[in-house]
Design a protein around this ligand. Structure first.
Ligand code: CTP
Ligand code: MG
Length: 184
């Protein structure tokens, strides 16, 4: 029994460690967000905004930068404590930027199906950034991604289960400190 608990906790910690740059860039976009929207207010042919006011340049740049800084700190910590598992420099960048790219692409499709900015799309709102981070990392660093994710399905499953929970808790916190308009 205790073996199982240690295995589950260990896998959860490893999953969060591997996803760290994405787990930082996504909430930091909320912290830095505001100002000029990425779509500059332009509408798509359906009359709706391309992305909406919820996707801003400051959020994208600030969030990505924070994710990269977190990843660099992670590499430093890994070297000091001789931790053998850590992201490559490419993965630090693709996890950080890919997370926000995934969120942005989701907003594009959300607008197309007529969801106004901020409307909740369960599970998709929570996993969009994981999909973006994984896809971009797979494209630019397939070796690292295959070694740590594709060849360990337990990590994939853990991320898919853990992320919506962490996302929800973070957003409830963000809502309570009045950083976010909705608690999702
Ligand atoms: N944010 C931002 N730029 C980004 C991503 C997020 O400025 N690239 C900020 C915005 O202030 C946004 C908040 O973070 O309102 C919450 O992000 P999210 O929930 O992803 O956006 P929503 O406002 O819910 O918009 P959407 O319906 O498009 O998901
Ligand atoms: Mg939202």
């Amino acid at each position: 029994m205790i073996d199982i608990v240690i295995y589950i906790v260990g896998t959860a910690i490893l999953a969060m460690w591997l996803m760290l740059p994405a787990y930082i860039s996504n909430p930091m976009a909320v912290v830095f967000g505001g100002g000029t929207p990425i779509d500059m207010g332009v509408k798509w042919i359906d009359g709706q905004r391309i992305l909406g006011d919820g996707k801003t340049i400051r959020g994208l740049v600030g969030g990505t930068a924070c994710g990269i800084v977190a990843g660099l700190v992670q590499l430093y910590v890994a070297s000091i404590f001789s931790i053998s598992i850590f992201p490559t420099l490419t993965a630090v960048i693709t996890l950080s930027f890919g997370a926000l790219l995934g969120d942005l692409i989701k907003s594009f499709f959300k607008r197309r199906i007529g969801f106004v900015r901020g409307a909740e799309l369960p599970l998709i709102d929570q996993l969009d950034f994981v999909a973006g981070a994984w896809l971009l990392t797979y494209i630019f660093d397939p070796v690292w991604f295959t070694e740590h994710f594709i060849s360990s399905p337990s990590i994939i499953v853990t991320v898919l289960v853990l992320t919506p929970i962490l996302h929800r808790l973070t957003n409830i916190f963000g809502y309570n400190i009045k950083l976010k308009k909705e608690p999702w």
